[in-house]
Design a binder for this molecule. Structure first.
Ligand code: ZN
Ligand code: ZN
Length: 357
């Protein structure tokens, strides 16, 4: 018997499904080890089946552990094969990933399987992924270090006259050169009034003296992502309102990090970051959540969001990234990745949080 996907048996039981069809590639990778781009898993209580097409026959043989590997025949469609497999086993209820399965594939399945019920499972594998294994933590550390080394080098090039896009490109090049398999997302370099846009990707704007510059970047290594943000100031002394929001965001981030420990809710962590910003009168200028889980995806569970009742568990990795964005003036965001430990938390990112270049 193949035990692939055994970590999902309690969920299968709880939702009374006979099998769970996993289609989201990050989840396929998480459960089976497969790094290619096309495959599905059928997790049953008698073990797991891995199905891919002939392009991946050799790769799946090498990578996939614990699953019975099946290869599509020429001209055969993935959902048709899955439907045949399910029908041959006389199942009644099949779980699927409602957040991933395309409408077309869902309709093909529904038609081929009727009257078998299809049950959306959410969160399914994503919930398992929130707690990282030692191996995953090692991969995340590699993704962090490679991005950080690049930032340390490129940071010095942030000066008046340099284009945001030029800095972003240099960052991306440096991350790749440091061994990142790709960049995690389009690097954000937003300077001056553009820094007031929380997701201002790099433009052709030239950086000017007196600008706050938000740099939000990350690397992917072996499937795992890093994501961090620093805000720098182009000038000798940060003062006035820009200084005020910088210090405020930094204090808000520190307050949230100080609260992280198993047993606390993500809503409480969000509140710790939001409260000082609200008290200072800038609540309306902090429009996003305080953070997000990170691993095989840049944004995954758990969300560090207002009122979340999800409880922190040892081994969870997520970002803490409060920000204040003042239209016409500029913005500040500081983002670190943290790991919840047995007693508290460890900040995984190691860059200085200061504004000095
Ligand atoms: Zn980020
Ligand atoms: Zn982030």
């Amino acid at each position: 018997m193949r035990e692939g996907g055994a970590e999902l048996y309690p969920l299968l039981k709880q939702r009374s499904v006979d099998a769970f069809l996993v289609t989201k590639m990050e989840n396929v990778r998480y459960l089976s080890g497969f790094t290619g781009s096309t495959a599905v898993l059928l997790i049953t209580r008698r073990g797991g089946i891995f199905l891919t097409d002939s392009r991946y026959a050799t790769q799946s043989e090498k990578e996939v552990a614990g699953f019975s590997v099946r290869i599509l025949r020429r001209g055969e469609k993935m959902m048709e094969r899955i439907a045949r497999l399910i029908r041959s086993r006389r199942y009644h209820r099949i779980g699927f990933e409602g957040g991933d399965l395309r409408v077309e594939a869902f309709q093909t399945l529904k038609k081929a399987l009727s009257p078998i019920s299809l049950v959306p499972m959410r969160p399914g594998v994503e919930a398992l992924r929130t707690v990282k294994t030692e191996r995953e933590l090692d991969e995340l550390q590699v993704a962090i270090r490679r991005a950080e080394q690049a930032f340390k080098k490129v940071k010095k090039q942030i000066r008046p006259g340099r284009g945001e896009d030029e800095i972003a490109l240099t960052m991306e090049h440096a991350m790749r050169k440091n061994g990142a398999s790709k960049v995690a997302f389009d690097t954000i370099v937003a300077s001056g009034v553009r820094s007031a846009m929380p997701h201002g990707i790099a433009s052709s704007k030239k950086i000017a003296r007196g600008d706050l510059v938000i740099v939000d970047f990350g690397a992917e290594c072996n499937g795992y992502f890093s994501d961090m943000t620093r805000t720098l100031y182009v000038g000798r002394r940060l003062s006035g309102k820009k200084r005020e929001i910088f210090d405020l965001v930094r204090a808000a981030q520190e307050a949230a990090i100080a609260l992280v420990r198993p047993g606390i809710t993500f809503g409480e962590i969000d509140h710790a970051a939001r409260e000082p910003i609200e008290k200072a009168g800038y609540g309306a200028f902090f429009g996003h959540g305080t953070g997000h889980g990170i691993g095989l995806e840049v944004h995954e569970l758990p969300g560090v969001t207002p009122n979340s009742q999800v409880v922190v568990e040892e081994g969870m990795v997520f970002t803490i990234e409060p920000g204040v964005y003042l239209p016409g003036l500029g913005g500040v965001r500081i983002e670190d990745m943290v790991l919840a430990t047995g007693k508290g938390c460890r900040v995984l990112t190691g860059l200085s949080r200061g504004w000095e270049i």
